[in-house]
Design a protein around this ligand. Structure first.
Ligand code: BTN
Length: 280
């Protein structure tokens, strides 16, 4: 039997065919990255909201802040979700919130034993483990296209380390969060097709236009483990600003992080401008 079965496309279409997200899944055995392909599709007015591009392997997988995202074939979940109205919330900051909540809740549904051990590191790294030993199990990359009338579409790229054995996880710089897979953390393998189905359903639920906007913010906030912790905020190089050490006191409804520094002054940071490290 194949130790790393491919995604089951028949099951995906049977379970998602009539759903707002995942009704159409474009499948690639290998692709450079699902992100540019999703952008290309999203620019076609005939491609509807909820279209998903999925790949078993990426040769140039993209992470946040210009980093790469790597995973061996058939072991991770690598997908880009095309969002267009009506699946675009009124506030653009809610797109990454919806994705973060959906990933955490889908992971909990396939692996109930991680209850209390899965959380978000602001803004949207999905961590496993509490309180001191943590690893990053999933990452979220949101890229939006704006026109004269506001957001035209957004691509939500999600990479989840599912079945990689520990030795197949990438090595990262020492200051970055160590990667972990669901399998290396829990000790068993997972059905990636089921995880993708649950992720599509959860994302659609979080983006349902009839939801109260504050409910999503509260749900996202409740999953962030970096709140009430000492942190160092590192501005991206092009910002030409000094790191800020302090205490993460809150997140705002638009998704910004609020940090109180050692002099008691409050600073507000947007996710696009900074990286966060536990304070050393
Ligand atoms: C991060 O840096 O934390 C975000 C990682 C996002 C990775 C996913 S994998 C599917 C999609 N395609 C990509 O090239 N990147 C995203």
């Amino acid at each position: 039997m194949n130790a790393h079965p491919a995604l089951d496309l028949d099951r995906l279409s049977a379970l998602l065919g009539a759903k707002p997200i995942g009704h159409t899944v474009e499948y690639h055995r290998a692709i450079d990255s699902t992100m540019p392909r999703a952008h290309q599709l999203a620019q076609d007015p005939d491609v509807p909201a909820g279209y998903v591009v999925v790949a078993e392997q990426q040769t140039e997988g993209r992470g946040r802040s210009g980093r790469s995202w790597t995973a061996p074939a058939n072991q991770a979940l690598l997908a880009s979700f095309i969002l267009k109205p009506p699946l675009i919330p009124g506030s653009p900051g809610q797109i990454p919130m919806a994705a973060g909540v959906a990933v955490v809740d889908a992971l909990l549904e396939v692996a109930p034993e991680i209850e209390g051990q899965v959380s978000l590191k602001w803004p949207n790294d999905v961590l496993l483990g509490q309180p001191t030993i943590t690893g990053k199990v999933a990452g979220i990359l949101v890229e939006s296209a704006y026109g004269a009338g506001g957001i035209e579409y957004a691509i939500v790229g999600i990479g989840i380390n599912v079945n990689q054995p520990a030795e197949d996880l990438p090595t990262v710089e020492s200051r970055m969060t160590t990667p972990v897979s669901l399998r290396s953390f829990v000790g068993r393998s997972f059905d990636r097709t089921r995880l993708l189905v649950l992720l599509c359903r959860r994302l659609a639920r979080e983006l349902d236009p009839s939801n109260a906007p504050d409910a999503l913010y509260e749900r996202w906030r409740a999953r962030i483990s970096t709140l009430n912790c000492r942190v160092t905020v590192i501005p991206h190089a092009q910002r030409n600003a000094a790191p800020v050490k302090g205490f993460a006191v809150n997140v705002s409804p638009s998704g910004n992080l609020i940090v109180r520094d050692e002099e008691g002054q409050l600073h507000t940071f947007a996710a696009a401008d900074v990286s966060l490290r536990p304070a050393g």
